[in-house]
Design a protein around this ligand. Structure first.
Ligand SMILES: [Zn+2]
Ligand SMILES: [Zn+2]
Length: 374
């Protein structure tokens, strides 16, 4: 079938603003029918994440051309396996950006977020069962993280989809697929934050604010959120955090944390220098959890002795150490109870054709989550 999708022909080398250089173009592509174990999904909301920007600017190297987008929700329109016991035509699904094979040692060990087959498929820009279902004339178009959701339709592996309640507003549902899964998962799963602990969060994008929502839901004591953007700090303050700029933080933190630092520090910016600062902000014996994706060339520099002498734990959190089919319904339940107001992440609802302008806003730190309706 013919679909519309936001296509990236070249990663890196596009000057700013993207509104002028237009790195993404809305293309008419050919989408194959779903193969066994796959779903055809009509996308009804997809949001722009910093990881999309990282493919556009070349920080994340991916095969080109690629149809971008990995944080989305939609309705199942066709099944590759008609006898599918879990999914039916008409189901609402939220898409998760790492399909887990279910067969490897990590999947069987309860760590599907470390699935090697899923990571390899994502790195090669293909679906988990192999190959591309998207074509531009005679050329294959690569899938972004098994999804390619900035599009009218997507064919995904069923292991990329989580069935959820039909009544969720699409523009909210989309956010659970990456921002919430990653940010809340870092707090609930990776760092395993407990009620009453003190927490600092560096970076208030979609992932950082989701981490903040999770920390509030758990019931932390002192909760500090740090970001250069005054607008994002206002949102964090509205959610009950002590919001500081990076310039204010060095002076303010010692008085807020008489133990010499926080129990848990989360780094969601994706810069090694911020991770160094975050590491120093943890108390002796504290936990430092990093969620951001720095450019692969960046190196993280700490005194090696400090891990032992200060008893700190450094935790890398990929996809919030999530089991999507378990965690997404849990986070939705917290949202429905009003305990995790995910709607605070939603900056705007837009048309797919605005995507280059929206990337400029994200690049300039002016937006948290900008949802597009294809
Ligand atoms: Zn993302
Ligand atoms: Zn696996």
């Amino acid at each position: 079938m013919r679909i519309k999708a936001a296509l990236l022909d070249q990663s890196g080398g596009h000057a700013l603003p993207y509104d002028e250089t237009q790195p993404l173009r809305i293309a008419d592509l050919e989408l194959d029918p779903p193969r066994p174990g796959e779903l055809l999904v009509r996308i009804d909301a997809a949001s722009l994440c910093h990881s999309d920007l990282s493919v556009v600017n070349g920080d994340r190297v991916r095969p080109m051309p690629m149809a971008l987008g990995h944080e989305a929700t939609g309705i199942v329109e066709a099944l590759g396996s008609p006898e599918d016991a879990e999914f039916a035509v008409g189901d609402r699904v939220i898409l998760a950006f790492l399909p887990a094979c279910g067969e490897c040692s990590r999947c069987k060990g309860g760590e599907p977020y470390m699935c090697g087959a899923g990571a390899a498929a994502n790195g090669e820009g293909r679906l988990l069962n192999g190959g591309c279902r998207l074509h531009d004339g005679a050329h294959d178009v690569h899938h972004h993280l098994g999804i390619s959701a900035f599009a009218s339709h997507a064919v995904v592996d069923r292991r990329s989809a989580v069935k959820v309640d039909h009544d969720l507003p699409p523009e909210i549902a989309a956010l659970f697929g990456c921002a919430v899964l990653t940010g809340a998962g870092a707090v609930f799963n990776s760092a395993a934050v407990r009620a009453g602990e003190t927490v600092i969060i560096y970076g208030l994008g979609g992932v950082g604010l989701s981490a903040l929502l999770a920390a509030r839901a758990i019931g932390t004591s002192t909760l500090v959120a740090i970001d250069p953007s005054a607008e994002k700090r206002d949102i964090a303050a509205g959610l009950g955090a002590i919001a500081l700029s990076p310039l204010e933080a060095p002076k303010a933190l010692p008085a807020l944390f008489p133990d010499g630092g926080a129990d848990v520090v989360l780094e969601t910016v994706g810069r090694a220098a911020v991770l160094t600062t975050a590491y120093q902000a943890a108390r002796r014996g504290g936990r430092v959890c990093t969620v951001g994706l720095p450019n692969p060339a960046e190196r993280f520099d700490i005194p090696a002795i400090s891990l032992v002498a200060e008893g700190k734990t450094l935790i890398g959190s990929y996809m919030g150490s999530a089991i999507p089919a378990r965690d997404i319904p849990r986070y939705i339940a917290l949202w429905k109870e009003g305990r995790m107001p995910v709607e605070k992440l939603l900056t705007s609802v837009n048309k797919l054709t605005d995507i280059n302008i929206l990337m400029d806003a994200l690049e300039q730190g002016q937006a948290i989550r900008q949802v597009m309706i294809p």
